[in-house]
Design a protein around this ligand. Structure first.
Ligand SMILES: Cc1cc2nc3c(=O)[nH]c(=O)nc-3n(C[C@H](O)[C@H](O)[C@H](O)COP(=O)(O)OP(=O)(O)OC[C@H]3O[C@@H](n4cnc5c(N)ncnc54)[C@H](O)[C@@H]3O)c2cc1C
Length: 419
């Protein structure tokens, strides 16, 4: 039997890639350390964020950087100590914010966004996970109509991408969400945005489906590759064990660049750290998933628990967590829902794999052509995982596709635009 395709990383991108390749009839082995809480996929806000096509950086970003530095507990914070190391990434981030770049990036995000439900549906059906998805609408909360109007070009991009939405005034919002604070007087309802009731349960369902389809899961950390000519013949695990591979998919989230560097591709991947608090007994339970733009966090009803998740902290994958940021999210939750019981809150911090132009890499390695990259999905990795998996499977099986992956090429960071 031929060696399997080895997928490195068991977050949503690795799981969906493994499943999609398996569905094309190839043997697949997935390698992951086996600690789901380490994955960004474990702790996210659960949104299938259809129409979220706004990159992190825009023309107004340079003016915001001082605030990122001055408020370590703000919705987006930059830790001083890490600025020297992060500077090249930050420079690229600012360049990505030129309006002509923003329009192109947004169009590429829209192409992925359009396929979220189409590509998830067969995977959810095959793994029996449909019941884990709760329908929309998703609510985007604003203190006032003026705050919404201030979104300006950001909202224009969503409209251009075809986001379906409804404007809700105070009364309409109150009818949908009676427990919300009176401080929120305006919202946008997006009917196409559904959410997953518990991201970990979806990870487990995908994993179970993969194993049931004949897939192999190995617990371990990939530390290197074994080569033969220009191809990679296998992966080396910590401890020395080798696993032979016909092809390799690097889907190791915020750690992926450490592996690509071993293959000669230096990619500007950084952790956009996010936090969550899960409330075991919240006392109030909103009816819908929602997000609070100004405070930078989302609210996910998870059965009888409530998750508050979000914010961005630019530091490093190795830096210790700043749990005051998670406590700040709790303050935000209390402001949204008077009477919220935050007792017993469980905090978590995770690493969004962030490339400076807010687009993932979905491509072959530059030299080792039997290695496929699938990482850097930033804030959208749950949403884009099934489509990424489909594109990875196209590459793995040399299937021609009419989906243009040019915007996701690894080589975009070596061109003059990024020099
Ligand atoms: C607070 C927060 C809220 C979010 N909300 C949303 C949301 O609502 N909707 C959305 O679409 N996205 C959301 N995201 C983003 C989303 O969670 C990520 O983009 C996505 O989980 C990335 O998936 P991944 O598989 O690339 O990486 P991960 O989930 O991080 O998985 C990578 C895996 O690779 C493993 N790994 C690393 N190195 C190695 C190695 N050398 N060998 C083997 N395995 C390795 C890791 O241990 C990990 O298990 C959110 C993120 C955060 C932090």
């Amino acid at each position: 039997m031929s060696a399997p395709v080895v997928v490195i990383g068991g977050g949503f991108i690795g799981l969906c890639s493994a499943l999609q390749i398996q569905r094309r009839g190839l043997p697949v082995t997935l390698v992951d350390p086996g600690d789901p809480e380490r994955a960004a996929s474990f702790g996210n806000a659960g949104q299938f964020a259809v129409g979220e096509v706004v990159p992190l950086s825009g023309p107004d970003t340079p003016a915001k950087v001082p605030r990122w530095l001055m408020d370590p507990l703000g919705p987006l914070a930059l830790r001083w100590r890490h600025v020297p190391r992060l500077t090249p990434w930050l420079v690229r981030l600012l360049r990505a914010g030129r309006m002509d770049r923003v329009a192109a990036i947004s169009a590429a995000l829209a192409a992925l966004s359009d396929r979220i439900h189409l590509d998830y549906q067969p995977l959810l059906e095959a793994t029996g996970a449909q019941a884990l998805v709760q329908p929309g609408p998703h609510l985007r909360l604003y203190p006032s109509r003026q705050h919404f109007d201030a979104e300006g070009w950001r909202w224009d991009l969503r409209v251009k991408a075809g986001l379906k939405f409804e404007l809700l005034d105070r009364e309409a919002l109150r009818a949908l969400e009676p427990t919300l604070s009176d401080d929120i007087t305006f919202a946008i309802a997006s009917p196409e945005r559904s959410s997953v009731i518990e991201p970990l349960a979806l990870m487990r369902a995908l994993d179970t489906g993969f194993r049931a389809g004949g897939g192999t899961v190995e617990h371990g950390t990939v530390t290197g590759f074994s080569h033969g000519g220009d191809a990679v013949r296998g992966v080396a695990l910590q401890g020395g064990r080798l696993i032979a591979a016909s092809q390799i998919v690097i889907a190791a989230g915020a750690w992926s660049h450490r592996l690509t560097a071993l293959l000669g591709d230096r990619l500007p991947l950084e952790s956009e750290r996010g936090y969550h608090a899960v409330l075991p007994n919240p006392g109030v339970m909103p009816r819908h998933a929602m997000s609070h733009t100004e405070r930078g966090f989302a609210v996910l009803p998870m059965g009888d628990r409530l998750r508050l998740a979000g914010t961005v902290e630019l530091a490093s994958v190795d830096a210790p967590a700043n749990w005051d940021r998670a406590r700040r999210i709790l303050d935000g939750g209390r402001a949204l829902f008077p009477g919220l019981n935050t007792e017993g809150a469980k905090f978590w911090m995770g690493h969004r794999p962030g490339l400076p132009d807010s687009l993932p890499v979905i491509d072959r390695a530059t030299i080792a052509r039997n290695v496929i990259y699938a990482f850097g999905h930033g804030h959208m990795g749950l949403s884009f995982a099934a489509t990424t998996g489909r594109l990875v499977a196209d590459l793995a099986t040399d299937t021609p596709s009419n989906f243009d992956i040019t915007p996701f090429r690894a080589t975009r960071f070596s061109g003059r635009a990024w020099a």
